[in-house]
Design a protein around this ligand. Structure first.
Ligand code: NAP
Length: 290
């Protein structure tokens, strides 16, 4: 597996990242196998959020780290904060909302440290743009967490270009990523300036739902000829399509099956020909480029 820095000031991540959003669908034993398979494939970066699995996925993952203390230093951990919804685990929350107050960002990061059984988060993201976001408060929270060594890098997710630039202007440290949805089903970021902006900031996108939550695998079978040409599966070709982009996209995959992690890892070796890349884009959008 290739590893690259997502920003000149770090961190360095595996080009394909393992996402834990759906891991509440499987047993803790399978979670351990998903972690181990990722590491065996040298996919060392794991993506979490405080809310995944109704606030339980970080904890299950953390228990696996607690059982085997050598694991933590072999991996990088990403998590997110800022979304709140009604849950037995969060008494007092009666409506889904965003909270990017200084107090909540710090509380959430410290809670994630506890849940994940670790002393540091490699990357903390604001999960969604908050209309009530006060950039001065976010700056203070990020600065405190970084200064204490609890969070090594900071970033955002699902931010528009103007939201990214506005927040960055107020921060003493770089936003090292914007984690956004990109796939053959969602090609807009390649054309709407999202990826251009990140390249301008020497920052890479982390691409969530790179297989459109599995829908790419159930759709049209146009990729059949490419699968033969590259001796690859549809999911591998879909990931290779993202990996080919010059902005250095880091797909965040979401499978709950260890064998599919190994399958995804092999997509790093597929070097798509330029015309094949454009032909896949044509299938995705239904038309030739202009
Ligand atoms: N920042 C955000 O707002 C945000 C939003 C959503 C997700 N995320 C992150 O992105 C990660 C990935 O999202 P995702 O789960 O939607 O990603 P995905 O990789 O596009 O989809 C994974 C889903 O596709 C299914 N699938 C069907 N065929 C597959 C195949 N051949 N290979 C692999 N998977 C196949 C998987 O089922 P099986 O489990 O049966 O393999 C799983 O349900 C999440 O875990 C999370 O970390 C972030």
């Amino acid at each position: 597996m290739e590893h690259r820095s997502i920003h000149p000031q770090g961190p360095t991540f595996s080009r394909i990242i393992t996402g834990a959003w759906r891991w509440n669908q499987v047993s803790p034993d399978t979670v351990e196998r998903l972690i181990q398979t990722s590491l065996d494939e040298d996919m060392t970066t794991f993506d979490h959020a405080d809310i995944y699995g109704d606030h339980s996925n970080e904890e299950v993952f953390g228990r696996a780290l607690a059982k085997n203390s050598s694991l933590r230093n072999k991996m990088e951990l990403v998590t997110k904060c800022g979304i709140k919804f009604p849950s037995a685990k969060r008494p007092g929350v009666w409506v889904k909302h965003y909270d990017t107050s200084k107090e909540h960002i710090i509380w959430s990061a410290e809670n994630s440290l506890k849940m994940l059984h670790t002393d540091r988060l490699d990357l903390l993201l604001i999960h969604r743009p908050d209309p009530l976001l006060n950039p001065h408060e976010v700056a203070e929270a990020f600065a405190q967490l970084k200064q204490q060594g609890k969070v090594l890098h900071v970033g955002v997710s699902n931010f528009t270009r103007s939201q990214f630039c506005m927040l960055q202007k107020h921060l003493p440290m770089p936003l090292v990523t914007n984690q956004i949805e990109i796939s053959l089903s969602r090609t807009e970021p390649l054309f709407n300036g999202d990826l251009d902006l990140l390249m301008e900031h020497s920052t890479s996108a982390l691409a969530w739902s790179p297989l459109d939550g599995g829908k790419l695998m159930t759709g049209e079978r146009e990729m059949f000829s490419k699968a033969i040409k590259y001796n690859a599966s549809y999911s591998q070709l879909s990931l290779a399509w993202l990996l080919r982009h010059p902005s250095i996209i880091f797909p965040v995959i979401g499978t709950t099956k260890p064998e599919r992690i190994s399958e995804a890892a092999k997509s790093i070796d597929i070097k798509l020909d330029r015309q094949d890349w454009f032909e896949m884009l044509k299938w995705a959008t239904g038309k030739d480029v202009a």
